[in-house]
Design a protein. Structure first.
Length: 169
């Protein structure tokens, strides 16, 4: 009978160790974000509100998405991943269709990046983006500030959840 009692504690101990291992892994790999904003052009026209912009890595894993609220402009797209992704290329989809960028975008935690996204002809997109950039430079500054603020909120929220979870442990 005594041996049976010791045996019944094994699953509990194994479960506890598994939970401890998972907790250690979660705390060992914090997540970071790169904040993205820019112009979105679909086949030569500015993208309408409610257009979905998705950021992802080369292996297909999604790191963030946002819907446009203003014609042709997106902001507040937080590409969130572990530090192991540092320097990896970030790709985009517009309404689930593969899109291109005018400049290369890499995952750089803590950085705010302008990433102009388009489907269709490169030259048409470049012309439309330059019009927005010239006309809306002050607005772009505001978009950058909003992107930074959303990144800080995400960081605070992640820190709060990690501390809350740690207290429960």
């Amino acid at each position: 009978m005594r041996g049976y009692g010791k045996l019944s504690h094994k699953p509990v101990a194994i479960g506890f160790l598994a939970l401890l291992l998972i907790a250690t892994q979660v705390m060992a790999f914090p997540h970071y974000s790169t904040e993205l904003f820019g112009v979105v052009i679909i086949n030569g026209s500015y993208a309408p509100p409610d257009t979905l912009v998705t950021a992802y890595f080369g292996d297909g894993s999604v790191c963030g998405e946002v819907k446009l609220t203003t014609t042709g402009l997106y902001t507040g797209l937080s590409c969130v991943a572990s530090q192991k992704r540092l320097g990896e290329l970030v790709y985009f989809r517009v309404n689930l269709e593969k899109a291109q960028t005018l400049t290369e975008v890499r995952f750089s935690p803590g950085r705010v990046q302008k990433a102009d996204i388009f489907t269709g002809d490169f030259h048409t997109a470049a012309t439309l983006v330059s019009r927005v950039s010239t006309r809306e430079s002050a607005r772009g500054d505001l978009l950058g500030i909003v992107a930074i603020a959303s990144g800080l909120l995400l960081l605070l929220d992640s820190t709060y959840l990690a501390l809350k979870w740690k207290r429960k442990s």
